[in-house]
Design a protein around this ligand. Structure first.
Ligand SMILES: [Zn+2]
Length: 501
């Protein structure tokens, strides 16, 4: 580590770095027991601060440089004194990883860990960027959600931490795992398939991720965040574990956008492709982070669109997608009818969840139908989301619901969103979707849905599931090397043309 310190001090000597950024250099021990971080914040910072109380528990020691003074951490602080420039600290990486129960079935050759457990940030951070270099031992890899910068001449990965809302703790992965840079639908997804104690089938997992990304790209021809970090955490207990393929998935916004899936790596590709979780989670990336107290908006969009996108991708028939949507509405309608969308969420029960997800879904379906009806098919939720991506994504901050719906109206040919928001946000009962289904000619029967082709908006029902783009992934997903830009470009062209025909 000392030689690395010399490198950083040399940078200062030549004045390249002076007061332009906070610099970090991170090294994982060969056995992944510890992580050593050399943090050299800008002159005016008083030290480092942790964003979680747990960080102090995993801190083994800290030394100020160049004085060599040992720092006794406060609960969340590591202070610099006069003349000190850097702090070198060592974190119990194994302990920090095991703090998350879901990371306990990982092979010892790799570790997943919440970033706030090991990253102490400059205090005060100011407006200047934080850049992080990784010194990787042979065969080690790293996955973080941050913005990738060109690697150093010596091959060190180099990142800048972007401004981002914070929905949860960002996740990092260290060690020997399958790291796939997946070029699909105009994106450069950074997919980390973490190794579990039971072996899996990484190529099949990458194929599944590519398939779900292609589903989401049927909305406007490309994936909403071209640099998203995707992490696949294995959860199988033993060979032949029959747990479902994706027991849990979530979007994390913290220093960028990431999607984490906990997967039964014993399952095969067909099981994963049939599962809606990835399409649902990726659909969340179509909109910015909405304040958590209004999460019926984000869950509503994802619940409506997961079915639409699965139909466009060919996994569901149009009838199956409509059936799942209408059955969802019925479940939501029966759940806590005395509460509004806004009040249903905090109760946290299954009923509250059904109301939150499917009440929000009804609002997005109603908006989509109205846009298409008013514009004779020229406008749609797809088009509004495409404009939203162009103006506002990925967003560096969180939005409130009213502002978000107003923005959607600004991007639409007809203002439909804010009036739905105002009408239903605080009203008990359920959004009045029935009249829309009648116009669409979609009727739930005991086992399926029936279409009335003579209904006034029957063409809208067909157009929603057909979509503006069709996804088709015939080729296996191709992982490209990060430094082979020419190959990456060639594969991007191939993958995009294969995915969108
Ligand atoms: Zn969701």
């Amino acid at each position: 580590m000392r030689n690395l310190l010399c490198v950083l001090l040399a940078i200062w000597t030549f004045g390249v770095n002076a007061n332009q950024r906070h610099d970090y250099l991170v090294t994982a021990a060969a056995d992944l027991a510890t992580l050593t971080v050399l943090a050299c914040p800008r002159d005016s910072t008083k030290g480092l601060v942790a964003t979680t109380d747990l960080a102090a528990r995993f801190l083994r020691r800290a030394v100020a440089l160049p004085s060599g003074r040992s720092i006794r951490p406060g609960t969340r602080r590591l202070d610099l004194s006069q003349g000190e420039r850097c702090i070198e600290y060592v974190v119990d990486l194994a302990g920090a990883s095991k703090a998350n129960q879901r990371y306990q079935r990982l092979h010892r050759s790799n570790r997943a860990v919440a970033i706030p457990h090991w990253l102490w940030l400059p205090d005060p951070p100011g407006a200047i960027p934080i850049e992080v270099f990784f010194e990787l031992l042979e065969e080690q890899k790293v996955s973080v959600p941050w913005t990738e910068l060109p690697a150093q001449e010596d091959g060190r990965p180099h990142y800048r931490i972007p401004n981002s809302p914070r929905s949860d703790d960002g996740v990092s992965v260290f060690g020997r795992f399958e790291n796939c840079r997946l070029r699909i639908a105009g994106a450069n997804l950074r997919v980390a398939a973490v190794r579990g104690t039971v072996a899996g089938h990484p190529q099949e997992l990458f194929n599944w991720v590519a398939n779900a990304a292609a589903n989401v790209a049927t909305s406007y021809g490309r994936f909403p965040n071209e640099l998203a970090q995707i992490i696949l955490i294995p959860s199988a207990r033993n060979a032949g574990d029959r747990e479902e393929p994706v027991p849990f998935g979530k979007v994390i916004r913290d220093g960028g956008e990431a999607v984490v899936f906990f997967i039964n790596q014993q399952r095969r590709q067909a099981n994963f492709v049939a599962d809606w979780t990835a399409t649902h989670e990726f659909a969340h990336l179509l909109i910015p982070y909405i304040n958590n107290d209004e999460n019926w908006i984000s869950e509503g969009l994802a619940s409506y669109y997961q079915n639409v996108l699965m139909a466009r991708g060919g996994t569901y028939s149009a009838a199956k997608a409509w059936r799942k949507i209408v059955q969802g509405f019925k479940r939501g309608e029966k759940s806590v009818p005395h509460l509004s969308l806004q009040n249903a969420m905090p109760i946290g029960s299954w009923d509250g969840i059904m109301k939150t997800y499917w009440g929000g879904a009804a609002i997005f379906m109603m908006a989509d139908v109205e846009l298409r009806e008013h514009s004779d098919g020229a406008d749609s939720l797809d088009q509004v989301l495409e404009k939203l991506q162009a103006c506002c994504l990925p967003s560096s901050r969180s939005w409130n619901g009213r502002r978000f719906f107003r923005k959607l109206d600004q991007l639409s040919t007809t203002p439909v969103f804010e009036q739905l928001y105002e009408r239903y946000r605080d009203a008990p009962g359920f959004p009045d979707y029935e009249a829309y289904l009648r116009r669409l000619g979609v009727r739930l029967t005991s086992r399926n849905v029936k279409f009335d082709r003579a209904a006034p908006s029957a063409a809208v029902a067909t157009a929603i599931m057909a979509g503006p783009h069709r996804a088709r992934v015939n080729e296996p997903a191709v992982c490209v090397a990060p430094d082979d830009q020419n190959l990456a470009t060639r594969n991007a062209v191939r993958a995009a043309s294969a995915a969108l025909q």
